[in-house]
Design a protein around this ligand. Structure first.
Ligand code: GRG
Length: 481
């Protein structure tokens, strides 16, 4: 500190900063927050326009700090960039040979762009190939909210085939084909290494398909549990796979996956308390959570931390719930949409990451639900039906799922007492649509969570009513001023 400060060492501000530094606080953000407090206190003496301009400058500084941190914290080992560039060189040079028989000389280039995501030789297919398992979870859950399970099976070949002569595997068969016997986890696609992200997606798909008791699962279950156990480190954190990346996303995935398998509480599979304490150590002074201790608060990471603490039934470890709810509520932009952190654009997916947390914390009403619903609906492509990140952008299954899940949490898809009945019939029969509610902790339809008897916790302010969808969860109370 003394190397960069040549003023009076007894100065109160200098002492405060040294103390914060020793406490492990994120100093640049702490200082910018102090600057904003000074501006607020200054409102009696300075022209309000002048104050507002100063505040805007500090906000821009915070934005720049965030960008620099993202650059700083993105590790790119030289061997990785070298291998990636070689791989892409070969891949992109070989692609025309794969397309040529189907598209001919002139059609090769446009055809490569026009092919759909499920064609592995298309650009979209290739760049999303490694996360196909999560893609299935997003589309399957979105459809499961909108139509009854039998219809999902019919439309997606979930567990059975509509046409017996069809030789493509069902989704459940595909999931088992992605089991990586070497690691004991599921990969994002066939022949890929196991990773905790895709292991959770695979288990969620099996839960949705009511296939957790499938004999193939019974056989590999001990291996899957051992894989998840092997990822926990001594400080309670979780790696994504054997290569050692650590992120609070992986803590959520591990806890959720074990809980869905019925192997978390009372089973001694992992150290739940240490896992929860590690997550609590990722909470920042602004109330939010990052991917690791001291990392910038981000709405996506906050979901993983609140969700994981809820599954661990350790929401008592939360500090300053009200500040956290403020931070989340301040993500609503003029468009009605939510952003993931200050100074960023709104994006449909944050409707889920933020509302699910506010739901668990009993403060969904701190968001203007009508404005958010309008924003989500504006992002829908009228012809294609899917939902994009922002109005006018290209739709995809990720944003379609989180848009529908967000509408469900706002209550647009439901009436107070359960399901809302809409007038249009579905698929030609006279049965009316009844939407399924989504659970904000497990991101699965509530009836699936209830049927499996999954445990969770909500943290509600005193006297707040318990949301119908959270009625089976333990309640931890916090003081709201
Ligand atoms: C079961 C729903 C569910 C999730 C499993 C993987 C996981 C657990 C959670 C991911 C949480 C997360 C980090 C979400 C954020 C995703 C996202 C849109 C990241 C974009 O980051 P930036 O920096 O975007 O590109 P911004 O909006 O900050 O510019």
């Amino acid at each position: 500190m003394k190397d960069v400060y040549d003023g009076d060492e007894n100065d109160a501000d200098f002492k405060l900063i040294c103390k914060e530094f020793l406490n492990g606080t994120h100093l640049p953000l702490r200082i910018s927050s102090a600057m904003r407090s000074i501006i607020v206190k200054n409102h009696e003496y300075a022209d309000p326009i002048y104050n507002r301009e100063m505040d805007e400058q500090v906000q821009r500084l915070v934005g720049c700090l965030g960008m620099s941190e993202r650059v700083l914290r993105t590790p790119f080992p030289v061997c990785f960039t070298r291998h990636t560039s070689r791989l892409f060189f070969f891949w992109s040079n070989c692609l025309p040979f794969a397309l040529y028989p189907a598209a001919g000389p002139l059609g090769t280039l446009p055809a490569s762009l026009a092919k759909k995501i499920d064609n592995p030789s298309s650009y979209e297919g290739a760049v999303t190939e490694h996360l196909r398992m999560s893609g299935i979870y997003w589309s399957l859950t979105a459809l499961s909210i909108l139509v009854p399970l039998e219809k999902v099976d019919e439309r997606m070949n979930l567990c059975s085939k509509a046409d017996a002569s069809d030789d493509t595997p069902t989704i459940v068969d595909f999931v088992f084909e992605c089991f990586d016997a070497k690691s004991g986890g599921f990969g994002g696609n066939k022949l890929q290494d196991g990773h905790i992200l895709y292991t959770l997606s695979a288990i969620q798909i099996l839960a949705l398909a009511n296939a957790l008791d499938d004999e193939r699962m019974v056989e590999i279950k001990p291996r899957v549990i051992a894989f998840i156990q092997s990822l926990q480190l001594d400080d309670g954190s979780f790696m994504g796979d054997e290569w050692g990346e650590i992120d609070t996303r992986f803590s959520y995935c591990a806890l959720s996956a074990l809980s869905i398998l019925g192997e978390l509480h009372g089973k001694d599979t992992i150290d739940i308390d240490k896992a929860a304490e590690y997550i609590a150590s990722c909470q920042n002074f602004d109330g939010g959570f990052g991917s690791q201790p001291g990392a910038e608060s981000h709405a996506g990471q906050i979901f993983t931390c609140i969700g994981a603490l809820s599954i661990a039934c350790r929401l008592d470890l939360l500090k300053d719930e009200e500040l956290l709810c403020w931070w989340l509520a301040e993500r609503q932009c003029d468009s009605g949409g939510l952003n993931g952190r200050p100074e960023k654009q709104s994006d449909v997916c944050y409707s889920w990451w933020i509302l699910s947390c506010l739901c668990i914390l009993g403060k969904v009403n701190w968001i203007r639900g009508d404005k958010l619903a309008n924003f989500i609906l504006k992002c829908q492509d009228d012809e294609d039906g899917g939902i994009a990140d922002r109005p006018g952008d290209m739709v995809d299954v990720f944003h379609t799922f989180f848009g529908i899940a967000g509408l469900s949490l706002i209550g647009v898809l439901h009436e107070k007492d359960g399901v809302v009945q809409i007038e249009e019939s579905d698929g030609g029969d006279d049965r009316k649509n009844s939407y399924r509610k989504i659970d904000p902790v497990y991101a699965l339809p509530c009836d699936v969570v209830q049927k499996l008897g999954l445990k969770g916790q909500v943290a509600l302010p005193k006297d707040a009513p318990v949301d119908e969808r959270l009625k089976d969860y333990d309640v931890h109370q916090w003081n709201s001023e």
